[in-house]
Design a protein around this ligand. Sequence first.
Ligand SMILES: [Zn+2]
Length: 282
Amino acid sequence: MFIDTHTHIHQHDSSEIADIVSRAVAANVGAIITAGVTVEDSRRAIAVARKHERIFAGVGVHPTDLTAPLNDEDIAILNDLAALPEVVVMSETGIDHQDRSPDRQWQEDAFRAQINIARRHGLPIVFHIREQGDDYDAHSARDVALAVLRETNAGELGGTAHYFQGRWKHAARFLDLGFHISFAKTLTRISDLEETARKTPANRILVETDAYPQPFKKNRDRWTEPRDIPAIAEKLAIIRGTTADDIQRTTTENALNMLGTRSAKVRAVLKSSSSAQTHAGR
Ligand SMILES: [Zn+2]
């Protein structure tokens, strides 16, 4: 089964989450990582992960959710949360240089602090990078992120450039540091991403939906959910000249490798579903 490596499904109304998971399982998505974007939201991600065996949590503060510099108390709480067994990644963190994004120094300091927490707990880092405007060739956020990742030797921890939107030459720099590249539904409509999707080594590709509540889409059925992962895999399969089954096996193995010592419970839940399927004769 697939692993949706980056979502925010804990932000849905709690009455919806079991159905979202069922629809994911019906689409062959057996495990879902849901990432916190503030300290409070990270707590909620953990609470939801505790309730649903297929959901695993990330803890972190998203760069656009910073309302002040990350203070010592926030860092201490994140550090405590990162130790909990439901937590499998440090996420969401990163750098965002949109015009209205928070102070850039706060972001850089928060990113560095979160990498330090990840190091203490052996967590991979799943990070966000967004440039100013819609300019995929802009590079300021990426340059800051790369500098921090290098300086902190974060490649040793592993992780992912999530919802990757840059060009191949940009992806190559994250790959060089040891990170994965994660593809989302944008791959099905932004043809400029195809070169990266074709050239990224097989052992470094991941899939994600970044699913979160989308009330701006009036038709509830059109909200992005983990069940959309197979559409991304099919597109990757076409671009890479392979099968969606192969993409599934590869990306699941890559995600488990990235999770390292935190992968055991994810592996177990995927294994229990595949044996259930076998017993059902499917
Ligand atoms: Zn996200």
